[in-house]
Design a protein around this ligand. Structure first.
Ligand SMILES: Nc1ncnc2c1ncn2[C@@H]1O[C@H](COP(=O)(O)OP(=O)(O)OP(=O)(O)O)[C@@H](O)[C@H]1O
Length: 749
């Protein structure tokens, strides 16, 4: 849920003047209670009007009807809360928080960010709830058939928590209403995590742990958070390593696996750990696969094996093996078509000892609960991810919730002492807290980016945007962000659209001329040269220049695979990201606009209809649903290529090329007619871009602020950029607004 600037004045309908004229019910609050608060028929009629406007889902209204049939005496106030609780699930919240809803009622529905014509508008939630008090609403939630505090099998669960008030005048109650299934997911996560937080081995494995850590990490004078992360993650059966882009999460986890395997072989020489690596999407899995493979080859395995044989001569012959294959969570659990149940669960657990989950910020509460309950009791689970990124579009922000205290660490003196003996590094006092919770002891935040240094505008901008709101005022944050934009960093270009060709030039050519020295002469953190930024022309040129000639697809599949690999790699050089789906500034409008622009440059060909609805060579597509038959995962990107028709080589057939992780068959060629859940991806939403990175990322912010534009969205978008970032504001000022809005997901975690 985004933070309202102040209740009721948040501009839900775009620019203020029209909005004011169009929302009589916002300004004229009813003086008597709205009938829907006490009468079920009136409530159902209201829900119907909300559904007709798309403010509420049909599913939410159906739930109200079902509950009203199950319990005809249920108060309308309870049914209204149930409708809103159900609706929150579709918006990422695990439950309905009554207090938050009463403070900002209009955030409880999906009011149209891009405006509404508002002829005969239904009442806004702020009008409906205007006379309702928290105590009245809480009292209405007690019903023997529909609600309980968790006991029995009621469809709804009410949880009330008490906390001391900020004014110090006693305690305040906070009430959350859950659909039972989601309450169960939370309970299950609590139990699973708590049961794994116990410290496993306090004797440092007879001195092997510090020696292995010293073998894996160079001695540094400053605190090495990566070494700390490895030590802590080896200490209990649940650990989290969080950090921004390039802070070394993958590097650390590869060393952690080598460490765990070393310790295991010292314990049981003939039983190496069964380690599995997983990520929420195919794209994220492929990325981790690639970077893990590179990192494993640089591990000091020979030294670790020598260390092991010193400790245990009997174990000398045991080689330390680290897997590099990464799977998706769906595959790992054994997803079954047409059911939300998996093959692996608490009664049929996964056969593994260690599970690493990368990009954990993208894992929703249902999936996280499913994975943890499918783990054997003794298995170890390590989550990797950036706590500040957008959470999954599904309900829950598990990683963000678990890492809420990660910044200040909160390590207890016992943990600090143990860490010092394991790593040889004392912890600075600001990270210590005698009241630290068990979960705090299992989390490490990596704080140094090895990819973006102080000379990188991408890194500096990410840091400025990411400052939490309690650390500075909105004005200070905006000033810090603007200072980065004005500084003249070589990897950063800030653009405000003034003429309509500006965006076109960028998406075609990449606008290298807008970067310092035309983007020439830069090197990366490994001192390798960085190629200047490109736009979509680049991959379309590669497509045409490297097309195999003279041989058919069947005669020389390797040539066609090599061509497709080059085109796919060239495509990953540039990606336009945007916040919205609909409208001219959303994916739908931009995709068509860009396709036509590329056609006008003779880089693509096809009629208006084909570009909008059909298939054409060069069309890049994003898979939007897992397809196990085709072995395609949500998030996979493919490019449409024309290959000779085997029946008539003069004719061409369109096939879509997707990359695979199989070196023998690097490309999966799919007929367009078999692809049912794909969309053109010249423009991609920031939500869909999670887990991917592009050499040049252009992030386009629409001209009007709306609830989806938050600091997390902007941060996630800009951190998809590896070498170059173009930040585009359709209208100046939107960025300033967006960076001061935070996502606040409601949950009980
Ligand atoms: N301690 C270190 N010293 C020097 N270079 C490092 C160190 N740790 C990581 N790197 C380098 O920094 C880069 C980023 O590291 P890595 O991929 O592990 O980070 P990450 O946090 O997983 O990144 P991502 O944002 O892609 O998830 C890599 O090139 C890696 O080799």
């Amino acid at each position: 849920m985004s933070k309202p600037k102040d209740t009721h004045t948040f501009d839900l309908f775009g620019d203020a003047p029209e909005a004011e004229a169009a929302q009589p019910e916002v300004t004229t609050l009813p003086i008597s209670p709205h009938p829907a608060l006490s009468d079920t028929t009136a409530l159902l009629a209201l829900c119907e009007r909300w559904v007709a406007r798309g403010w509420l889902r049909d599913l939410d209204r159906a739930l109200v009807r079902f509950l009203a049939t199950e319990a005809p005496d249920a108060p309308a106030l309870l049914l209204l809360a149930a409708a809103l609780a159900s609706h929150q699930l579709g918006r990422g919240h695990v439950c309905l928080d009554l207090n938050t809803t009463l403070n900002a009622p209009d955030f409880a529905l999906s009011l149209p960010p891009e405006g509404d014509d508002l002829t005969d508008p239904p009442p806004l939630p702020s009008a409906v709830l205007a006379t309702l008090t928290l105590a009245e609403w809480q009292a209405a939630l007690h019903h023997p058939v529909l609600t309980s505090e968790g006991s029995g099998n009621t469809p709804l669960v009410v949880v009330t928590a008490y906390a001391s008030s900020s004014t110090g005048s006693g305690s305040v109650s906070h009430t959350r209403l859950y659909l039972r299934r989601y309450w169960q997911y939370e309970q299950s996560l609590h139990q699973q995590i708590a049961s794994r937080l116990e410290v496993m081995d306090d004797d440092n494995h007879q001195g092997l742990l510090p020696q292995a850590l010293n073998t894996l990490f160079e001695n540094t004078t400053t605190l090495d958070w990566q070494k700390t992360a490895c030590a802590l993650a080896a200490r209990s059966r649940f650990g989290i390593i969080t950090g921004g882009p390039g802070t070394g999460k993958t590097t650390t986890v590869v060393r952690l696996l080598a460490l765990l395997q070393t310790l295991q072989l010292a314990r049981q020489p003939s039983q190496p750990l069964r380690i599995r690596l997983a990520a929420p999407t195919g794209k994220a899995a492929a990325r981790l696969n690639e970077s893990i493979a590179g990192q494993v080859s640089s591990l000091p395995l020979t030294q670790l094996e020598a260390l092991l044989s010193e400790h245990l001569p009997a174990a000398a012959s045991n080689a330390i093996a680290i897997p590099t294959e990464v799977t998706t969570l769906h595959r790992l659990l054994g997803a079954r078509p047409d059911t939300r149940h998996f093959r692996h669960n608490a009664t049929n657990p996964l056969a593994l000892d260690v599970l690493v989950i990368d990009e954990a910020s993208m894992v929703d509460i249902e999936m996280m609960a499913a994975v943890l309950s499918a783990l054997p009791a003794n298995a170890q689970c390590v989550l990797l991810g950036d706590k500040d990124q957008l959470a999954s579009v599904e309900a829950g922000s598990v990683l963000g919730d678990l890492c809420r205290r990660a910044e200040a660490a909160h390590y207890t003196p016992t943990t600090a002492q143990w860490l010092e003996s394991a790593t040889g590094q004392p912890l600075p006092p600001e990270y210590l807290d005698a009241q630290g919770q068990p979960l705090d002891q299992a989390i490490t935040m990596l704080r140094v980016s090895h990819r973006f240094n102080e000379h990188s505008g991408i890194g500096q901008l990410a840091q400025a945007i990411n400052q939490p709101s309690h650390a500075q005022t909105d004005r200070e944050k905006q000033q810090a962000v603007n200072a980065v934009l004005r500084h003249g960093y070589p990897d950063l270009h800030h653009l405000t659209l003034s003429e309509d060709t500006t965006l076109d030039k960028l998406v075609i050519h990449g606008s290298a001329d807008k970067f310092l020295n035309g983007g020439e002469g830069r090197t990366n953190h490994k001192n390798e040269p960085i190629a200047p930024p490109t736009g979509y022309r680049h991959y379309l040129k590669v497509l045409n220049a490297q097309r195999p000639r003279g041989e058919s697809f069947e005669e020389n599949p390797a040539a066609y695979n090599a061509w497709a690999s080059e085109v796919l790699s060239a495509y990953s050089h540039f990606q336009l990201l945007c916040a919205l789906r609909k409208g001219p500034w959303g994916v739908e409008g931009l995709n068509l606009h860009i396709a036509k622009t590329l056609r006008s440059e003779k880089l693509l060909f096809g009629s208006d209809y084909t570009l909008e609805k059909g298939w054409y060579e060069g069309r890049p597509v994003l898979v939007t649903q897992n397809d196990y038959g085709l072995k395609l995962m949500n998030g996979d990107i493919g490019i449409t290529l024309a290959v000779p028709d085997p029946r008539n080589p003069q004719q061409k057939l369109l096939r879509v090329a997707f990359p695979t992780s199989d070196a023998d068959k690097p490309i999966r060629w799919v007929l367009p007619s078999r692809l049912h859940a794909v969309e053109t991806v010249f423009a991609m939403t920031v939500h869909k871009s999670q887990g991917s990175e592009f050499l040049h990322t252009a992030l386009l912010l629409p001209p009007t602020i709306n609830p989806i534009l938050t600091r997390e969205l902007v941060y996630t978008g800009i951190t998809r950029a590896r070498d170059w970032l173009t930040l585009i504001e359709a209208k100046r000022g939107v960025l300033n607004e967006a960076v001061t809005r935070e996502v606040m997901r409601v949950s009980g975690m």
